[in-house]
Design a protein around this ligand. Structure first.
Ligand SMILES: Nc1nc2c(ncn2[C@@H]2O[C@H](COP(=O)(O)OP(=O)(O)OP(=O)(O)O)[C@@H](O)[C@H]2O)c(=O)[nH]1
Ligand SMILES: Nc1nc2c(ncn2[C@@H]2O[C@H](COP(=O)(O)OP(=O)(O)OP(=O)(O)O)[C@@H](O)[C@H]2O)c(=O)[nH]1
Ligand SMILES: [Mg+2]
Ligand SMILES: [Mg+2]
Lengths: 292, 280
């Protein structure tokens, strides 16, 4: 682990005055390697090490803990701070229906997450409506309908339409008529570089004015996380992130990359395939994971 | 990419940045950079362009090495059985459709097995793809034993004298022991009908995946013996450099790449093209 590595690297510094650029150099290199191995983006790591150095510089090397422990604490605190110290709640509208739009790359977990989110909202006293706006993937609508039936939560779909924008627009009326106060739009997976499909998302956004546009991202994403997040944010605009598949052993450095490049909060974590495997995002847990 | 001019420390730093950002990982990147420092000295390279040419040759040679499995003996098996595995959402079902389509273009008879009996509408998804690709499908009810589906598919393929059996399995994280046991059972059960089956164990890997791909490769190969990787979603911006690290550590070759969501978006792995794309 990074703590063990740093103990060794910085063992000669104990009680030796202040942490300086020179005596921290080797320790910071260990931190850099650990973050890269954890899939934090190369450029994000560069900035991050700069922040850590600023924070750590000039601190007295305490007698009570090792310099390694001290540096780890600075890194950990800085990771937690950068990933959003406290959980940020979902934005709900004072004039229902609240519209939540889920977007992201192919296979990231949007459809499953839509159902999980619906279940979670119902637990908190809401009446969610799931909207099957993926008309491209074979049996995608069926997938959402099966999940909605498992939960006993209504789903809106239109088997006669191949227009996701129209489906989303019509779902609003349907929500009002059936007294549903939250709409969850499940969109088709798409590449951040597919102009046509990005434009489709922009049109849905324009017409429905979603209160939340959440990027659903896979926790095992590597260096490409910055490109994906940056493009979805600049071209569509996101208000938050849901990180999925955190029940695996991916270190999850993508969390830091995505947060740092979009500035948007990571709101939830997918922690399994079952529909109750869903929780508020805990930056401290992911920080420990990233540090290994 | 810094490809011209004298070879100085900036060039090595740029090289390191490129390889890391391609998801090659710290270990493989450092090995390659060190190797290039040696080559600069031994080959007396003076221009950065030369350095990149040498590196590309090195990588192409690495990724072109044949795998250690008895490939040719296995290809002639009939029906040839491919077990497709991988973590959730990487593109297994879609890739199976593409493989079936490819075999159909060669005039082969294909059976696909809907052995993902767990995920919502997984069977329906494969049914639609099988129809589009012109493959037969063997399926049971949702919730059925995946090993039973795989067994029945191979039995049907033998009876119908089909050429290819491709088995779709549910996505699963490699860290879930009970799910890995389920895969081992599928493999054992296939062996009852044909001791040499499955002839291929193909791990589908998403090109956007980072270092976790190493853990996936490790655990899937420990459990089943992975014979090849299919790297999907290379039509995005991710480079998929992790396959270089996987090749270094486990000797597993990349057999195909996925470059889109349609039936013909599957290409045989071409090391030269792959390496060129790493540096674009
Ligand atoms: N282990 C685990 N699996 C997950 C999680 N979230 C989703 N999955 C699985 O990931 C796979 C992909 O999920 P989907 O919901 O189909 O993903 P998607 O983003 O809707 O896919 P597209 O619509 O094709 O873009 C499925 O096998 C899900 O069961 C999670 O938090 N943990
Ligand atoms: N752009 C792109 N998308 C792909 C590629 N391969 C698969 N996909 C998409 O990735 C998503 C997931 O594909 P699936 O075939 O359902 O993946 P899977 O591994 O079977 O998923 P689970 O069974 O849920 O684990 C779908 O939206 C596919 O269209 C590819 O090469 N490029
Ligand atoms: Mg979906
Ligand atoms: Mg599948």
């Amino acid at each position: 682990s990074l703590s063990e590595k740093l103990q060794k690297t910085l063992r000669n510094l104990r009680g030796l005055g202040k942490l300086s650029e020179k005596n921290m150099k080797d320790g910071l290199r260990d931190v850099r390697m650990a973050l890269l191995e954890a899939d934090v983006n190369y450029k994000v790591v560069k900035d991050f090490i700069g922040h850590v150095q600023d924070k750590a510089l000039g601190r007295e090397v305490l007698e009570s803990i090792t310099p390694g422990q001290q540096l780890v604490k600075v890194v950990y605190d800085e990771l937690v701070r950068m990933m959003g110290k406290e959980a940020e709640p979902l934005r709900l509208s004072s004039e229902p229906p609240t519209v939540i739009m889920l977007i992201g790359l192919q296979g990231s977990g949007k459809t499953t997450t839509a159902a999980k989110l619906a279940r979670s909202l119902r637990t908190r006293g809401h009446q969610p409506l799931l909207v099957a706006a993926d008309v491209y993937r074979p049996a995608a609508v069926q997938q959402l309908i099966v999940l909605s039936e498992q939960l006993g939560i209504p789903a809106y779909s239109d088997e006669n339409s191949n227009d996701p924008v129209g489906i989303c627009r019509d779902s609003v009326q349907h929500a009002r008529r059936s007294n549903r106060d939250v709409l969850i739009l499940d969109t088709a997976g798409r590449l951040h570089i597919n102009d046509e499909l990005i434009e489709e998302l922009r049109r849905i956004r324009e017409i429905l004015h979603p209160h939340e546009v959440l990027l659903v991202a896979d926790a095992m994403t590597g260096q490409d996380a910055v490109n994906v997040a940056e493009q979805f944010h600049s071209r569509v605009g996101i208000t938050g992130v849901i990180l999925t598949k955190l029940d695996g052993d991916a270190r999850g450095g993508a969390a830091l990359s995505i947060k740092s490049v979009t500035g948007q909060p990571i709101k939830f974590a997918g922690i399994g395939e079952k529909l109750d495997a869903f929780e508020v995002f805990h930056p401290d847990r992911v920080a420990s994971r990233i540090l290994g | 990419v810094l490809r011209k001019g004298a070879i100085d420390e900036d060039v090595f730093e740029e090289l390191e940045a490129t390889l890391i950002q391609a998801d090659m990982g710290v270990k493989t990147t450092h090995q390659l950079v060190e190797k290039m420092r040696e080559r600069v000295k031994s080959d007396r390279l003076t221009d950065a362009e030369q350095l990149y040419t040498v590196l590309e040759e090195e990588l192409v040679a690495l990724m072109s090495q044949p795998s250690t499995d008895a490939h040719s003996a296995v290809q002639s098996a009939s029906p040839h059985v491919a077990l497709v595995i991988g973590v959730n959402g990487v593109g297994k079902t879609t890739t199976i459709a593409k493989l079936a389509h490819m075999h159909r273009l060669d005039g082969k008879k294909v059976v696909v097995a809907a052995a993902d009996t767990f995920r919502a509408a997984a069977i329906e998804q494969l049914e639609i793809w099988a129809q589009r690709a012109g493959a037969d499908i063997v399926k049971h009810k949702s919730g059925a034993d995946p090993a039973a589906v795989a067994y029945d598919a191979l039995a049907a393929a033998i009876a119908r004298k089909c050429d290819q059996v491709i088995i779709d399995t549910a996505g699963r994280l490699h860290t879930k022991t009970n799910l890995m046991e389920e895969l081992k059972k599928i493999k054992r059960v296939l062996g009852k009908l044909d001791p040499s089956a499955p002839h291929e164990v193909l791990m589908v890997l998403d090109a956007t995946t980072g270092q976790n791909a190493l853990s996936q490769a490790r655990l899937f190969t420990e459990a089943l013996g992975v014979t090849g990787i299919i790297l999907t979603k290379l039509d995005g911006t991710a480079k998929g450099g992790i396959v270089v690290a996987i090749h270094q550590e486990f000797g597993i070759p990349v057999k195909f790449i996925g470059v889109g969501e349609s039936l013909d978006d599957l290409k045989p792995f071409a090391p030269t093209e792959f390496v060129k794309a790493l540096f674009e």
